[in-house]
Ligand binder design. Sequence first.
Ligand code: SF4
Ligand code: SF4
Length: 468
Amino acid sequence: MSLPVKDAASYRDTISIVNNEGGRKWVYPKKPKGRYTNARTILSVILLAVLFGLPFIKVNGHPFVLLNVLERKFIIFGTVFVPQDFYLFGLLMITLFVSLFLVTAVFGRIFCGWICPQTIFLEMVFRKIEYIIEGDYLRQIALNNSIWNKEKIFKKGIKYLIFFIISFLIANIFLSYIIGFDQLWNIINEPVSDHLSGFIAITIFTGIFYFVFAWFREQACILVCPYGRLQSVLLDQNSTVIAYDCVRGEPRGKIKNKEEQHLGDCIDCKLCVNVCPTGIDIRNGTQLECVNCTACIDACDSIMDSVSRPRGLIRFDSMDRIKNSINSKISKLTPRVIGYSSVLIILLIVQTVLFSMKKDLDVNILRTPGMLFQNQPDNKVSNMYNLKISNKTFDEMPVNFKLKDSEGEIKLIEHEINLKPLEIHEGTILILIPKDKIKLTNTPLNIEVYSGDKIIDVVKTTFLGPQN
Ligand code: SF4
Ligand code: SF4
């Protein structure tokens, strides 16, 4: 069955937010209400509480979550990742992406409507404030078209002031994920001159969030978001999306005498279009602009209730099930779903194994580049090594070294190494071996790394010596 659009070819030639002259078409969505909107509101409150609450949570005095990209230090649910763990962090990101691809292939763009911070902030925070101050969409249009009188100046002024304050709050929370709440607290409480870079960061983030939520809005989802633009390759006819039941709804038409007119259930009231925050008509089929916000489902259900027809003319369903009038809600196990699931399972297994092998201390010992062996007193030969140790725990760690199965000694250039929590230490060590014990020009060595009496790691390296 072909799509139920009047001009099926033409609606994909344009995007909903661009007018005929190529300019921005401002979207004024009607305020949505209904069971899905209520469910999304509850979920949004929970997610916002988590987002705003996480930076305050500490475990044993340390952040529960920290995404310090500047120092490449990450703490995710209490687990520390330092630069040496980047392969693990990268793998975690790949796993998340594959999970997202799988969820999209099965449930469509559900992430956008229910979890994405952009949608949550725009639809559940900024848009709700707009409705409170300026009223529903028709009042907003009227206000925008009116001359600048006292009412307009007051409403616009108060709205943008509140938008700015919320953007400032989001900027602070965003920064606290990067530098930690303690550091943010210092920026807030101490003179600006002591934290100029932090102050500049807050100002820039506030400006970006204000720009996005006060003006840029749905363009972020339609024009910028890479996930949104990938929909055409991630979805197929079997994906559960927000879909209009064209079999049941067409031919659409105003109610006069349904039986005589032989019309479908769509009464062409266009309420589903009026509530859409991206300005599309979902009856044209799945479109990249759709963020799965469910507003059109609630709108259409309310219309179906009022004309005593069954709900669900617009609903979560796949085009395959709609076109073939399949009642089951169970998604087909397509090759795409099997493929994504297989890759995800492999990634999860690899990730689990690598996580279980993750060490508290990351030790790197490399012979100093460009240096050969040095002859030392007492008929000994020495090699110099560069040392890099990362403490991946929140505990202090004293570190010392021993040669395994080789006669010789290890001298620290500095007196002792006592790593602070999460410290990365770089230094130099000297290994000395009696000349008569050196049998090869390039002797393999194993260096045992101890913290107190506990062996933490064994590092392999080589020792250059004179030819015998
Ligand atoms: S089509 Fe429906 S679900 Fe998609 S963005 Fe518009 S209102 Fe939301
Ligand atoms: S809200 Fe329902 S009945 Fe009204 S135009 Fe949309 S699909 Fe048709």
